[in-house]
Ligand binder design. Structure first.
Ligand code: NDP
Length: 239
């Protein structure tokens, strides 16, 4: 399992949850890593060390993806990224009447605008090398509404439009762009939301971060899947 040897992968939000599992799975598949995080430096350092222990190179970069200037710095420090996993995100479960414009901006900037800005920053390098993989972590919320709120659902649905545009625009340039729409993967995002319960899932349990990470690795390897949304959702939404 080494066909990603020599490729550089940037996983945003790699300090924990799905991002952590994705970073480790990509490293096991041969990639070098940029391990990005926002606040949890200690957890991110542990992921960085685990990647190195697998024999890959790893660079740790802190940045708040809700801030354009920090994304610019992240892209600069990361270097020639071949595989971009837009994973960092927040859910803000709130009573619908309580959601303000500031909440909307925070969720949409963090989940969607960051994905656009980081893609724009790293795309010129991928185009020059005529090889790239962009993998966007959207959500079942884009398809069914979900259990967080309209700001979250809209931010994730926006990722699908962005995925479709870039995929069709870049199809002849060796760059694939896909989305993964998970549902109720057992991470802090899910365990901290009282509305996220396993009985919503047809298979009857939460998914695991490794079940999501293996799809991320599959999309990183595959050159013929582009413009798709892969649902890792225990059968909640059927496409
Ligand atoms: P977690 O809440 O477990 O982890 C979130 C990660 O994003 C952390 O690494 C965190 O960094 C980082 N992050 C959050 N805000 C920012 C920010 N402003 N700037 C930079 N980094 C930030 O999430 P999950 O692993 O559960 O989710 C990963 C992705 O998958 C998200 O986009 C989420 O919306 C999506 N998803 C998850 C589902 C699930 O069931 N778990 C379902 C559907 C979609 P730090 O640790 O430093 O705070």
């Amino acid at each position: 399992m080494d066909e990603l040897n020599g490729k550089l992968a940037l996983v945003t939000g790699a300090s924990r949850g799905i991002g952590r599992a994705a970073a480790l799975a990509l490293a096991r598949a041969g990639a070098d890593l940029v391990v990005h995080y926002r606040a949890r430096a200690e957890a991110a350092r542990e992921v960085d060390a685990a990647v190195r222990a697998l024999g890959r190179r790893s660079l740790l970069v802190q940045a708040d993806v809700a801030r354009a200037a920090e994304i610019e710095r992240l892209a600069r420090e990361a270097g020639p990224v071949d595989i971009l996993v837009n994973n960092a995100g927040i859910a803000k479960p709130q009573p619908v009447e309580a959601i303000t414009e500031a909440d909307w901006d925070q969720v949409v900037d963090t989940n969607l605008k960051s994905c656009f800005l980081l893609t724009q920053a790293l795309l010129p390098g991928m185009r020059a090398r005529r090889w790239g993989r962009i993998i966007n972590l959207s959500s079942v919320a884009a398809q069914v509404g979900g259990v967080v709120g309209p700001h979250y659902a809209a931010s994730k649905a926006g990722m699908h439009g962005l995925t479709h545009f870039y995929a069709s625009h870049l199809a002849r340039e060796g760059i694939t762009v896909n989305a993964i729409a998970p549902a109720l993967i057992e991470t802090e995002m899910v365990t901290s939301n009282i509305k996220a319960t396993p009985d919503r899932i047809p298979v009857g349990r939460f998914g695991t971060v490794d079940e999501t990470a293996e799809v991320i690795v599959m999309l990183a390897r595959n050159a013929y899947i582009t413009g798709q949304t892969i649902n890792v959702n225990g059968g909640w939404y059927l496409s």
